[in-house]
Design a protein around this ligand. Sequence first.
Ligand SMILES: Cc1ncc(C[n+]2csc(CCOP(=O)(O)OP(=O)(O)O)c2C)c(N)n1
Ligand code: SF4
Length: 283
Amino acid sequence: MSQSNLDTSTPNTWCPGCGNFAILNGIKKVLNELSEEDCPPEKFVLLSGIGCHGKIVDYVNVNSFYSIHGRSIPIAEGIKMANSGLKVICFAGDGDAYGEGLEHLIFAAKRNIDITVIIHNNRLYSLTAFQYSPTSELGFKGGSTPNGSMESPLNPLELMLASQATYLARGTSQGMNLLTRLFREAIMHKGFALVDVLQVCVTFNNLYEYYAKRVYELENHDPGDFQAAFNAIREWDYNSDSRIPLGVFYKKEAPTFDEKLISSPADLKRRDGKIRQFLSKRM
Ligand SMILES: Cc1ncc(C[n+]2csc(CCOP(=O)(O)OP(=O)(O)O)c2C)c(N)n1
Ligand code: SF4
């Protein structure tokens, strides 16, 4: 399958220079690569929340579900449990997943359900024009905080590590090679995988230069070591002026929720029968 087969005719309305383009191009590249390796686009379902990021599902010619703000994760969990053969990828904003839908993210990580979550972390609410989000820095001057945010940001990767996520990584919209590698790894990981993408919003929070001066790729880091992952994640707290590590922080093999739920094809048949029985009684 060629890259153009994943294109859609929907006009793209993102601002020129928006970091969302890197995420879009990265995911298309990975879907194309996987398609050559016997994992066709029909095996995938994409979901998004509401926000500028949400439009991504309109721009990739793969089955998708445009969900509501903060609720793409539970819908993804439902899809995975109903059809465990599918590969399910959620695109979410920082306001979407780290704010309104945070409890869903925590419990999906805790369950280790086999889905991939890609966060377009531009560190503000973009579509609604410039409000601060859970990852905005202290003092962030936006539409709802004209005198500067009084809250320190959340470190979402630290929270996800504590919530038992089994794959945690960070990339930026400036580094396509790394981003594509992380997307591919996260999709192939068995269990809950989250990639936090520092996605630059050129219009409201242009951090291209800020990141360019600070990011570096982790080297000699053992992602199987919980303490090392914790230390690397804590190096930058989304506020300090320190260097910003990128790459895979943590990776662990563990049984997944869907695996535990459906231990055999016979189980699946039995469960399917029960669902049908339940539905027929309701109709
Ligand atoms: C349940 C619900 N709450 C609030 C909104 C309003 N709303 C739409 S998009 C948005 C913010 C989006 O910010 P983010 O998730 O960071 O995505 P971005 O636009 O930055 O990609 C909000 C608050 C909504 N549509 N639905
Ligand atoms: S407002 Fe920001 S996030 Fe939204 S499309 Fe424009 S640059 Fe991208």
